[in-house]
Design a protein around this ligand. Structure first.
Ligand code: NAD
Length: 420
């Protein structure tokens, strides 16, 4: 099983990052092994009745990396390429992210191998409910709390909440986060990840003495994270010069009207064809000149091929795992790009998910301003701590962020000891 996981390109990348950091921290072999491998890998098959009356069987996975610091927390992804190795890698990154942010959680992730664009809403509902039912013995407010990720949104969370609550015979809002506000979702959760990406980009601009007002940004992926990052950046006075999604890439040197683009998207479901910008090559977009480049789609898009050609001053990783270890080495050697590593840059989502869980457990709700202010305080603290750690240890931001997260988990493992 270890070999199977290591042969998966995404898990292999997460494991390689882990090994580098474990060497840096000088972790002893016993703790290193316990931190590296996931606690539980759950795979289920789900027969679903399709709209045409046929039956299709889907595969779904949930990986719980560690339960040592609290329940696991992490999203549920719908994507045709999801497999157990990718989900295990994402669960591992969630683990370090929660520890870095000081949240009382371990990392988890889920995924269903499907193309949501090819499924009707009712097919998605049957699939989501079936998945929730199949894994309901392994989740719960004190065990595993899911949230939205690529291809899922608050509607999917509402179906999971309803399925779990029906099984329990009572309303259990704290079993899931990222749900609609009407079902006790947190105000500010939908925009939290993108808002955090924009907030930290502004902090980074500040550090390298570039005025925020008028700074330019390019965003890959215009879903939950990318679109909300764009909206907050525009509110800060920044200019979004290029955007891409699965449909293509668009460019306007004067700045794209994000409001008009969102309206275009509602009609066409893609950024391609937006009349107020020109079509460009999506791969070339990544190496165009800008102050902030935000990969906010999928993993492994900044590689050893395009890393030498990047012309951004800040790389703000909205997505999980967008930069390969080889590209990391190149960026580190170049020394002219300020990296905001994924486990910090997109931590706004899990942080407000934590706020949502806390509000649910207390049966209390905060205002959106309270939520976003608390979020900014937490992100700023983690950002400043990371800057200090890296300065003191003379290390890259990636290494510093992962080292802080991994060391926190390793410390808990040592103190709890090993159950015989
Ligand atoms: P989403 O499904 O809402 O959006 C994904 C976007 O990426 C879509 O616009 C899609 O068209 C685009 N995309 C897909 N393939 C692409 C390609 N090859 N080239 C360009 N664009 C492409 O997903 P999301 O929730 O915005 O998540 C995006 C990333 O952020 C993921 O890595 C996810 O794990 C991470 N993330 C999300 C959250 C959250 O709260 N939603 C939190 C932390 C991290």
């Amino acid at each position: 099983m270890k070999e199977d996981l290591l042969n998966n390109p995404v898990f292999g990348m997460a494991a390689e990052q882990f090994d580098r950091v474990a060497d840096f921290l000088n972790l002893d072999e016993q703790v290193r092994e316990r931190c590296k491998w996931p606690k539980r890998l759950i795979t289920v098959t789900m027969p679903v009745t399709m709209d045409d009356g046929s039956t299709q069987v889907f595969f779904g996975h949930r990986v719980q990396h560690h339960l040592s610091r609290g329940p696991v927390k992490g999203g549920l992804r719908f994507h045709p390429k999801v497999d157990v190795g990718e989900v295990a890698a994402l669960a591992m990154w969630m683990n370090w992210k929660c520890a870095l942010m000081g949240l009382p959680y371990g990392g988890g992730k889920g995924g269903i191998t499907c193309d949501p664009r090819q499924l009707s809403a009712s097919e998605q509902e049957r699939l989501t409910r079936r998945f929730a039912q199949e894994i309901s013995s392994f989740i719960g407010p004190e065990v595993d709390v899911m949230a939205p990720d690529v291809g899922t949104n608050q509607q999917h969370m509402a179906w999971i909440l309803d399925t779990y609550s029906t099984r329990e015979g009572r309303f259990v809002p704290e079993v899931i986060t990222g749900k609609p506000v009407e079902l006790q979702g947190s105000k500010g959760r939908t925009e939290a990840t993108g808002h955090g990406v924009a907030f930290l980009s502004a902090r980074a601009l500040n550090k390298i003495n570039i005025p925020i007002n008028g700074a330019t940004a390019i965003i890959q992926g215009f879903g939950n994270v990318g679109s909300h990052a764009a909206k907050t950046m525009v509110a800060y006075g920044m200019k979004i010069t290029a955007v891409s999604d699965i449909s293509g890439a668009i460019y306007n040197p004067n700045g794209i009207d994000i409001h008009a683009l969102s309206q275009h998207l509602q009609k066409t479901r893609g950024v391609a064809g937006f009349s107020e910008a020109e079509a460009i090559d999506p791969d070339e977009m990544l190496t165009m000149e800008c102050d902030v480049l935000v990969p906010a789609a999928l993993e492994r898009v900044i590689t050893e091929k395009n890393a030498p050609k990047l012309r951004c001053k800040i790389l703000a990783e909205g997505a999980n795992g967008p930069t390969t270890p080889d590209a990391d080495t190149i960026i580190e050697k170049r020394g002219d790009i300020f990296l905001i590593p994924d486990i910090l840059c997109n931590a706004g989502g899990v942080t407000v998910s934590y706020f949502e869980w806390v509000q649910n457990l207390q049966r209390f709700s905060w205002t959106k301003t309270e939520v976003l202010t608390k979020l900014e305080t937490k992100l700023n603290e983690a950002f400043e701590n990371l800057m200090q750690f890296c300065k003191y240890n003379k290390c890259s931001h990636r290494l510093g962020a992962l080292a802080t997260g991994i060391n926190t988990v390793a410390d808990v493992k040592r103190k709890r000891g090993l159950f015989p």
